[in-house]
Design a binder for this molecule. Structure first.
Ligand SMILES: [Zn+2]
Length: 334
């Protein structure tokens, strides 16, 4: 019975010795471990408190380039890109994404189409933007008082923060609604970014575009396809066997679809029939072809409705961003 006691005693002495030894090596008078100190040092470079930068924005409607304060530009972007009724945390995630997008464009010299401007106001090309004056006109004064202030707060509270991967601004793609899963960037844009990978997106059901249907007369279906691909061979009474989905991406989009004698991608079909996404099923229904479409948008990066769903579940903006952009960090630029 004595041996175990001696063993425990020796062990206890050893543990005390080790911990004293440790504190001699790793603690200094401030009581902060050296590893913690290094962490603080890295954070110091982040907590610089500089003015927000001025950026050039090409205004598509007015056909001119305007110099704007980055943060003020973001008020107009977040107001246009995400419903202001969304949760504060989703709006913050959107604000950081929009800010990162501009930084990514500047850092990578990607000003295609508007040479002296980093970004334009066309949502299909860069990011949607509405000026304060136009927001007053379009949305009214009571919206400005409540919702604009809410958007502004989300931007202000994330001031200067951007998303990085290996210390560089990421390409923070976002879109409206996923099918329950996002897409790998290589499946949609043929370039794979390590942080733009397929992830589950479980809280999308509230989106009005979670599932949509689109029905088209068979004659028109063939006509539209022939307009884009004249060599296509289809006959109206054999369509059932001539149209077949061959495979799908990890996120669920149609990767390859056999249409008569040619193979197309889901993205091709989305373009021709202006579907909400490339994630669809096709069914014959008498004289019609019926599409059931899941989600809205390209499916890569952050789903805005998914972000809203996560926020409603209690997740914070950084949880949301780290979920949709794998392996990224948030850094303060200014
Ligand atoms: Zn643009």
């Amino acid at each position: 019975m004595k041996r175990p006691f001696i063993f425990v005693l020796v062990l206890s002495i050893l543990m005390v010795t080790i911990s004293v030894f440790n504190s001699l090596i790793f603690y200094d008078s401030s009581g902060v471990t050296s590893s913690k100190k290094n962490e603080l040092k890295t954070k110091n470079y982040e907590s610089v408190d500089e003015d927000s930068p001025k950026i050039n924005v090409y205004n598509v409607d007015e056909n001119k380039t305007e110099e704007m304060d980055m943060e003020e530009y973001l008020y107009g972007v977040v107001s246009s890109e995400m419903p202001s009724t969304f949760d504060e945390e989703a709006l913050k995630a959107q604000a950081i994404s929009a800010r990162t997008y501009v930084v990514y464009k500047i850092e990578n010299n990607l000003n295609s189409g508007h040479e002296d401007a980093a970004v334009c106001t066309n949502s299909a090309h860069c990011q949607a933007y509405t000026s304060y004056d136009n927001l007053v006109k379009i949305k009214g004064k009571s919206w400005i008082k409540s919702d604009y202030e809410k958007v502004k707060k989300a931007v202000d509270e994330t001031r200067g923060q951007i998303l990085t991967y290996n210390d560089k601004a990421i390409l923070p793609l976002y879109f409206s609604t996923s099918s329950g899963k996002t897409e790998n960037s290589k499946d949609v844009f043929s370039t794979q970014y390590p942080y733009l990978v397929s992830v589950d997106s479980p809280y999308e059901e509230d989106s009005p575009k979670y599932v949509t249907t689109y029905s088209i007369d068979k004659k028109k279906f063939i006509k539209y396809l022939k307009n884009s691909y004249p060599s296509i061979k289809l006959s109206i009474d054999k369509l059932e066997n001539q149209v077949k989905i061959i495979n799908r991406t990890e996120g669920g989009c149609v990767k390859t679809i056999q249409i008569g004698n040619i193979k197309l991608s889901g993205i091709d079909i989305r373009k021709i029939f202006e579907l909400n996404s490339a994630n669809f099923t096709i069914r014959n229904n008498n004289n019609n072809i019926e599409f059931t479409v899941k989600g809205y948008g390209h499916g890569v990066g952050m789903s805005q409705w998914g972000a809203q769903g996560m926020a409603k579940e209690g997740y914070k903006y950084d949880d949301i961003l780290f979920h949709y952009f794998k392996g990224t960090d948030i850094k303060d630029m200014y």
